[in-house]
Ligand binder design. Structure first.
Ligand code: ATP
Length: 258
């Protein structure tokens, strides 16, 4: 890492992940626009106290239940996810017996190759989405590319940090979409079947632990978890939490002495 972050810094962890994104950008893993997306995420993370809140736990449980029940689950990987938590993503795909597909908004062969390298180094064996040849209907140009063996035929797709258009298009294709998005107001958050309003760096390890525990549950219990889940309520809880927090934050300030 090029920038030495003192452990005593009150925002050391946040700076650590910011630095990972910058390094990812230099290595062509993260797109320039990925830096901006990360900044938007940081702002929303502040608003949820940079902690996993109960609305995220409930959504994660539903996500694991749905993915354990799915026949053809796929985890979609973009540059930010690869830069922030490649190892956990690969481990989660193993626990959930889910495929991994590189799915990029700003797709170039070089970025595909760079992300493929990061995932391989993290232990991934079978990585889809390089030279992706199938297309999501309704989307234009390179944004529509998907792998015929992956997202195209998946019944459930986990999309961390996805763009709203593509989430809506995946829904129209009849797929169950679980999103990880710190912004409960984004089109992705609003369109997904399950929205985990939390930071991917906390979500991925939590999903691994939950999968290890929940894979022992019988199918009827998993189905009950899915049936009871209500994404509108989860999004409302996330927004209520943010609203309350904004109301509670004390204003510290001084007056100008002149
Ligand atoms: P939409 O098209 O869905 O309305 P958008 O235009 O905000 O969303 P992007 O610019 O692709 O979409 O931003 C990606 C989203 O990812 C943002 O909503 C941001 O809050 C979220 N995000 C960024 N970093 C993280 C992170 N580390 N964990 C979870 N979510 C994140």
């Amino acid at each position: 890492m090029s920038f030495n972050i003192p452990a005593s810094h009150p925002r050391a962890l946040s700076l650590h992940y910011r630095e990972k994104i910058v390094e990812g950008c230099k290595a062509n893993v993260v797109a320039m626009a990925g830096l901006i997306a990360h900044g938007r995420g940081e702002a929303f993370d502040y608003l949820i106290e940079e902690k996993t809140q109960p609305f995220a736990v409930a959504a994660m449980e539903a996500c694991v239940a749905a993915f354990l029940l799915a026949e053809n689950p796929v985890i979609s990987v973009n540059g930010n996810l690869a830069a922030l938590c490649a190892e956990d993503t690969v481990e989660l795909s193993r626990c959930l017996e889910s495929k991994l597909e590189i799915n990029l908004f700003y797709r170039t062969p070089d970025r595909e190759k760079a992300i493929h390298g990061v995932l391989s180094n993290a232990g991934a064996q079978n990585i889809l989405g390089v030279d992706a040849r199938a297309a999501i209907p309704e989307l234009e140009s390179l944004r529509r590319s998907v792998d015929p063996e992956g997202i195209l035929k998946a019944d459930a797709v986990l999309v961390p940090l996805e763009d709203g258009d593509r989430t809506e298009a995946l829904k129209k294709m009849g797929k169950l979409v679980a999103a990880i998005d710190l912004n409960p107001l984004s089109r992705t958050a609003q369109a997904a079947d399950i929205t985990i309003v939390d930071n991917v760096v906390r979500v991925m390890p939590a999903l691994i632990k939950m999968t290890q525990r929940m894979s022992l549950l019988p199918e009827n219990v998993l189905r009950r978890i899915c049936k009871k889940y209500n994404n509108i309520r989860i999004l409302k809880n996330a927004m209520k939490f943010i609203g309350k927090r904004l109301g509670k934050i004390g204003m510290k300030g001084t007056y100008i002495k002149y």
